[in-house]
Unconditional design. Sequence first.
Length: 320
Amino acid sequence: MSDAQPDNDESAARRAAQRKAWNDAHPNYYAEYRDRNREQIRRKNRQYMREQAKRERDEKERRQKGIDRAKAWAKEHPEERQQARERYKQKHPDAYKQAQRDYYYRNREAIAERRRAREAADPDKANEARRRAVDRARAAGRESTWLPTPDQRATYRQRENEARRMARRRARAGLPERQLHRVHAPERRHNDAAADAFFAQERTGEDIVLIRAQDEPTPPDLVHALQERSENRRVVREILAIAEEYFADHEVELRARVAEVSRARFRGGMLPLDVYTEPRRHALEFASRGYLRASVASPTSSLTVFRWLTMARLWASQRL
């Protein structure tokens, strides 16, 4: 045996050397062969692929027939199937667990989708099943060993104290208790599915008439008040845009004028003007010219205008 092995190695090396020498002597042989027989090569490739696809289909059908026979037998003999599974589980525990894991990872998306569908169909049942699983884990001693850190405990206590203070302030003000509550993911999915189904269904003419009959017209005074507020806010936005542009172009002149008036007031025994808000107030007066609703763009009637006027003072206090 030891003598035959070197002979085989020498023969293989000799054939490889001969093949290499022939390839070096005929470098274009394979390319020319492919050019001469291109249609034949393609026909053989197509035939090979068809045969391979047929073999794969036959193998898939064979496996499916076996699965169908196994399912039919299991459906007709449920007790024997359960006994066989238990025997296999006891005899091959590691292989059984590995098969379970492999099945889960192969069908993870389908399993998750079925679970979400069950939870959405009955959120209360899903929550109860989750609580029972937690109770079983605790009874078996598998309770989580995670404990919050001291910083986390302090954060939790701060949140709880803030919630209690908020509840007391709400009670003193005569407001109702907080109605917000936590909604778990299964219930949210159930609510989303119900909402989609409600809004996706087609409405008949009678349904539309009934829906419109339920709507009460908005009182005219409320409509007028909404229009007034909308128009006032539009005017405020326009005036502030003009004032901001005017202030950016004439800031130096406005501040110089305010400084001059402040010195004159100080010499006369009066308090000087506010160097932060007064230049902006002059820009606001210039921008308000020609507006019939100019009174709405005042710091006493608009919080937006007040914030714009005091913006420079706020920046100065932050820098300090």
